[in-house]
Design a binder for this molecule. Sequence first.
Ligand SMILES: [Zn+2]
Ligand SMILES: [Zn+2]
Ligand SMILES: [Zn+2]
Length: 238
Amino acid sequence: MATPLTLPGICWPLHASTGHLAVTTSHITGHFRAGRGQDAIVLCDLLPAGKFRNGAARHWCRTHQCYWGTQADLADQQAGQPMRCRQHASPMGYVLYPDLFDPMQFHAATLRLGTDGLLQLRARADDGGALFSRDLPALAIDCRALPGLFPPDVVQLNVTPPAAQAFAAALQADAPLGCSDCARCGHPHLDLGSFALAPHRRHSCGHCGHDASHSPMAIVSTPLWRLRDLPQRITQCF
Ligand SMILES: [Zn+2]
Ligand SMILES: [Zn+2]
Ligand SMILES: [Zn+2]
């Protein structure tokens, strides 16, 4: 296979119950056929993440949102393959060179999910008041100037289609929403798919793989909820 490229981008697993939106780098590394699509092969991003229940050491793949360290994973590595999770060849959704929106440069921003699946972002520039209007498959929200919403190592919040759809579905179902932070790394937790419709207390972290953070009450957690903490900037988020 060709050498993987490292480019500014957002990617997301097509089927996952957790996600990783609050990223510490704006770049992704993998194989991309176009500027956007659902067929990227993205390299694993593995980090130590405690132990399995049977005591075996495990890792967490931030890219594919799954653990590494099963017998099958170890056999794959012993067969001479680089360390890679079982989802390493699964196609991923992606957007390269995504729009980067800095809420601190705008006011009266609204972010909605259109019936066509596109994110509708509207805002007024602080400088001159011009209307900023975009319909996008995904976007990045610049976190570098945001006051304390996320841990300081977070550079941007990726608003991916699964995260937007899960948030919209949870709102429509009237599920109790919130944003639970990981007890180990402090990163905000994202529930996707059926987890976004079934409030729960124990959350598994998409950033570090820690699987025993508890919210005070049963909630559906999404980092997008926290954008509501900027009412002077963002007046409507879904
Ligand atoms: Zn992986
Ligand atoms: Zn959860
Ligand atoms: Zn964590």
